[in-house]
Design a protein around this ligand. Structure first.
Ligand SMILES: [Zn+2]
Length: 305
């Protein structure tokens, strides 16, 4: 390509007006981008260069995979030129090195390839037999690096704050009350958020997360999956009740003593809720508001459970 440009057989694309830099090609690994002005001379030279390249290197250019993309060039001219080059006409934005080129990064649709890539990775991992912690590490390591690559080239559109339940009218206290009153279990999501605490080992957060979502292998859960017989799903403490997570952690007379002792030790009074997520949210609110206090109670709950 350089020889073609030096011999004035190919005119590259010039960047800048004062001392313009002419760019005729960009190459990285097996991805090649050839840039030039719109002219039949350029099309003929391109064709010749590619044929010469094939003969000299013994490699084959895959014209079926190649695209001719025009910027402000009529479709009919592009179709004719593509016919000469025996390739297809492409549209902007097109992908180069996994990044969309020529789109508008301020539009949300520009970021669709990034979102789709994350989605496809996630669905591909479904079938893998990884431990819970392994999956979390995989998510953190791989999924965060995907958008970082795209974000290192393009500026993402700025988020604006929108009160989703009423995007037009905006936020009102009354609206927030209605949303809270309408949702079936507002506490579960807030409890799940409380699980992640920087001073708690991942293993414990994961086990608390599974507890709140009722994914622990309690006898009731094992019986539901046909691993245990229904008539053996009684509480391990022998209290005569079915061993569900709620029972084991909150209402079993043998284990609830623990919560009383924890509260006694903290010097707080309270009543135990019989749902785990409610219990967690209620417990962290015991000492009133304040970030440090909440964080401390969060820690105690995770350790006690
Ligand atoms: Zn029990």
């Amino acid at each position: 390509m350089k020889a073609m440009v030096d011999n004035h057989l190919f005119t590259g694309y010039s960047v800048g007006t004062v001392n313009p830099v002419r760019v005729s090609h960009l190459q990285f690994a097996d991805d090649t981008l050839l840039l030039g002005k719109k002219s039949w001379a350029n099309v003929r030279t391109l064709r010749a260069t590619l044929v010469i390249f094939e003969t000299m290197s013994g490699l084959k250019v895959n014209f079926n995979k190649s695209l001719l993309v025009g910027v402000n060039i009529s479709e009919s001219w592009l179709v004719e030129a593509a016919l000469v080059l025996s390739c297809k006409v492409g549209k902007i934005p097109f992908m180069y090195l996994g990044l969309p080129i020529g789109g508008n990064p301020r539009r949300l649709s520009f970021w669709d390839p990034v979102v789709n890539k994350i989605k496809s990775r996630l669905s591909g991992w479904n079938s893998r037999f990884l431990s819970f912690g392994g999956r979390l590490v995989l998510l953190k390591a791989v999924l965060t690096s995907l958008p970082v690559y795209a974000l290192s080239f393009f500026k993402a559109p700025l988020d604006s704050w929108v009160w989703l339940p009423d995007p037009i009218g905006g936020f009102t206290v009354r609206g927030a009350y209605e949303v809270l009153a309408a949702s079936a279990n507002p506490n579960r999501d807030s409890a799940l958020d409380l699980v992640w605490h920087h001073q708690v080992p991942l293993k414990i957060s994961i086990s608390a997360w599974r507890l709140i979502r009722d994914r622990l292998p309690t006898r009731a859960n094992l019986a539901a999956r046909g691993i245990l017989q229904l008539d053996t799903a009684w509480c391990v403490a022998g209290c005569g009740m079915i061993e569900t997570a709620d029972h084991l952690f909150l209402s079993c007379p043998f284990f609830t003593v623990l919560w009383e002792q924890v509260r006694h030790w903290l010097g707080c009074a309270g009543v135990d809720s019989n749902t785990i997520s409610h219990h967690f949210v209620q417990f962290t609110g015991l000492a009133g508001f304040g970030k440090a206090r909440r964080s401390f109670l969060q820690l105690i709950w995770l350790l006690a459970s």
